[in-house]
Design a protein around this ligand. Structure first.
Ligand code: MG
Length: 378
């Protein structure tokens, strides 16, 4: 039996993680989690799992939850996430939070010697160097849940890193992959949220449509696998069946293929080197690949650029994107405004070479606030 914690349990990855746990109850004890603002989903989760500590969105929710579950300890907000992450029982923490809010809890959990199964890519984008240093210092493990990174990790398992020539991460192209840039001018939020292959949370679905998601994944891969940016490539592959490819120096290429089901990477992160049986029949139809088009998806180029610059720049890009996506989702800006806001913001910021965690968090808040004020009032 291993203890497990889930941050973002009511989100897309969180709910799929709970499904995995339900099917493997004998192997795991769910100790703590954080919930969202949908009471129905929250109560369903609490009915199915008895947990020791639960983080709610805000203080006003605590009374009614506490009444129904007197044996559970309820906490709330940002500080509540830290309390779950630092809870006294050892174990593994699944970080399935969306956006920059995932960073502090990851660090707090590492400092209490918990292993991390990471679905929150922003953690590594913002503070990859710091997080990796802490992972070493506290002798914990960091496992990817992102499907591409899980695929790469599985293809690399047992191989010496020095024999790897490069990695290729595949991209489906997102909701607007068949539209040209002119056609993107008038797309709606509703259209943007229709991803062709994956059912995911709102933010990541928009990030897939702008290709920012792939940009964040390139930076994530750089940190996870300790490879240079010119060793990490992206390719368009609309079927989302090949998730990642590893090229070795002798010419061999290993690819990881599966149906688009996040339960596969989640289960591997939690149970590896063991595997669990799932009924999946992968049909190999025609697989198509196209070179990445950086003119069509300019934010991917921005991600490579800020990744290479390092320092505070990935945080600036990530914060600008997060704030812009929020404004797009509430109808304040157009789809293409997301790109121009990110590009302008990155241009206007001065580099900090080796930012501290405090500087990273401060910059993230500063950039998001600035964009909310500048573009949110229209
Ligand atoms: Mg992914």
């Amino acid at each position: 039996m291993r203890n497990i914690y889930i941050l973002g349990a009511a989100g897309s990855i969180g709910l799929q993680t709970l499904t995995v746990l339900k099917e493997n109850r004998e192997h795991y004890h769910l100790v703590g989690l954080s919930l969202g603002s949908n009471h129905k989903t929250n109560f369903e989760i609490l009915e199915n799992f008895s947990v020791e500590i639960v983080c709610l969105r805000d203080e006003t929710m605590i009374l009614s939850y506490q009444k129904d579950y007197p044996d559970t300890s309820f906490v709330y907000g940002e500080q509540g996430l830290i309390e779950v992450a630092t809870y006294h029982k050892p174990g593994i923490l699944v970080n399935a939070l969306s956006g920059s809010s995932g960073l502090k809890p990851t660090i707090a959990a590492i400092k209490t010697n918990k292993d991390i199964a990471l679905a929150n890519k922003e953690t590594l984008v913002m503070a990859g160097d710091i997080v990796k240093k802490l992972v070493k210092e506290y002798h914990v493990n960091l496992y990817p849940i992102d499907s591409e990174h899980s695929a790469l990790w599985q293809a690399m398992n047992g191989e010496d890193k020095s024999f790897i020539k490069k990695l290729v991460i595949t991209a489906s192209g997102g909701s607007f992959r068949d539209l040209n840039r002119k056609q993107l001018e008038n797309v709606t939020v509703k259209d943007a949220l229709k991803h062709p292959n994956w059912a995911m949370g709102d933010k990541i679905t928009i990030d897939s449509a702008t290709m920012m998601n792939k940009g964040l994944e390139v930076i994530e891969a750089h940190h996870l696998f300790d490879l240079e940016y010119d060793q990490i490539e992206t390719i368009l592959h609309q079927e989302s069946i090949v998730h990642g490819l590893v090229y070795f120096i002798d010419g061999l290429v290993k690819a990881s293929l599966s149906v688009s089901d996040m339960k596969i990477p989640i289960t591997y992160a939690l149970f590896h080197p063991n595997r669990r049986a799932y009924e999946h029949n992968l049909e190999l139809t025609n697989l198509s690949f196209k070179p990445m088009d950086f003119n069509r998806f300019p934010l991917l180029q921005v991600a490579y650029d800020v990744g290479k610059q390092g320092g505070i720049m990935p945080t600036v890009m990530n914060a600008a994107n997060e704030a812009a996506v929020k404004l797009f989702l509430i109808g304040k800006i157009s789809f293409l405004d997301i790109e121009s806001i990110v590009i302008e913001t990155v241009k206007s910021y001065v580099q900090i070479e080796h930012p501290s965690l405090e500087e990273i968090i401060k910059t993230d808040q500063e950039v998001q606030e600035m964009i909310r004020i500048t573009y949110g009032k229209r």
